[in-house]
Design a protein around this ligand. Sequence first.
Ligand code: GLU
Length: 295
Amino acid sequence: MTRTFRFAPSPNGFLHLGHAFSALLNADLADAAGGRFLLRMEDIDTARCRPEFETAIDDDLAWLGLSWEQPVRRQSEHFGDYRAALGRLEAMGLVYPAFLTRAEIRARTADPAWPRDPDGAPLYPDDDRQLPANEAADRIAAGAPYALRLRMDAAIRIAGPLAFLETGSGPAGETGRLGADPARWGDVIIARKEVPTSYHLSVVVDDALQGITDVVRGQDLFHATSVHRLLQVLLGLPEPTYRHHPLIRDAAGRKLSKSDGDSGLRELRAAGVTPAEIRRRIGLENPLPHPTPST
Ligand code: GLU
């Protein structure tokens, strides 16, 4: 089987050294495996993603020396695929409309003892999941905005025990065949109020549709993998191998952000830094060994 890798940025800002590391690592691994390297634009957030950022991403990646297959999959052009997957989860009785506003969630979860997800956000209160179906339908008919959330406990019961193969490591050094623990996320969003899908849903649908065998991404997404494995099992999608890589940090040890200039690829390039120097800075100067063909 051809191993297939992807770099999947959101075109809501300019790329920095951390993105360069992820993109180059994916491309190097694809090259070493004689596999494919794809680029995917994760632009479901149509309010924040812009075509000029997408053009800048193409430009920066090409400058780094990368090439990728065409056409590039742009998530905003595939809402129908995510809708179909959502329909399957709905048919399984695993999805409910969630009406609480941000302010209501904040107020309901203000107690410091309220449980939090691995990203530190409070778990969604269970008000809406208890709502009788006719009452929810009335509210929707009356025009109340709602997101769709997953009934996590029921989903886990259906899916059974979940695991994934980590060939890199999680933030605490987790590696090898690992148990997935999606319960830590509570009733995750499956479709947002203003967007008919979510990050988690579109990522698993696309990884399957694009035949991704190897998901290589930053350790900040390590815990999200538990949700991805759950959705893959519920939707009957194949299981990729995961490799989470350490994040590139600034001199003060902070995670890089799209808004700080000194690690931005555009700024570095304008300052005369070469692609070879970028590779040196992020520790990817040596080509990865090609696997020896077995005879
Ligand atoms: N679009 C996500 C990001 O920019 C990455 C998604 C993934 O690699 O699964 O953080």
